[in-house]
Ligand binder design. Structure first.
Ligand code: NAG
Length: 167
């Protein structure tokens, strides 16, 4: 009765190997990693990212189609600078209806950004041709460039602004 666990017998050997294997699985759990990240649907995904990245559609906007994105309805907030449309929804405190730059929501903000003025007269009426910005002075163009850089780092570029009659 002394030594009942005897590696000499086949059953105990199998049991011992199984125990070793189980312990090994506990200490080194196998984490299944995809060899390649699937990019199309075949028979079904065996792996999915934890969070799907937000999808932003790049679109062409005109002053009239941009205007509804003012955030007044609680929805997305877009604004344009020098023809590039940014989604600034994440900055609702600044660009939303009660924000300091709220006038720019849904609009071409180029002139205001260039002149560091957030007044309504900086805005071109939405049924008029786009502001050509031709009269801007070099330092005003620099201001605008600074804002474009800031926006490019912080927000998502989601389209281009063109004239109402261009689409
Ligand atoms: C504004 O847009 C025009 C035309 O796309 C471009 O030539 C110019 O460099 C831009 N200005 C700035 C400050 O980005």
């Amino acid at each position: 009765m002394g030594l009942s666990f005897d590696l000499g017998t086949p059953i105990n050997t199998a049991l011992f190997v199984y125990i070793l294997y189980s312990v090994q699985r506990i200490i080194f759990p196998s984490v299944s990693q995809p060899k390649t990240i699937p990019n199309e649907f075949k028979a079904g995904y065996s792996w999915m990212p934890k969070v799907h990245p937000p999808t932003v559609l790049f679109k062409i906007y005109t002053p009239k189609t941009l205007e509804p994105f003012s955030g007044k309805d609680g929805g997305r907030i877009l604004l344009a600078i020098n023809g590039t449309v940014f989604d600034v929804t994440a900055g609702r405190n600044f660009y939303g209806p009660n924000g300091m730059y709220g006038n720019f929501a849904g609009r071409d903000a180029s002139r205001g950004m260039a002149k560091q003025s957030f007044d309504l007269e900086m805005l071109t009426p939405i049924d008029e041709p786009l502001d050509t910005l031709e009269d801007l002075k070099p330092d005003e163009i620099d201001n605008m460039k600074g804002w474009i850089e800031h926006f490019s780092n912080k927000y998502i570029i989601c389209g281009r602004l063109v004239n109402n009659d261009a689409v």
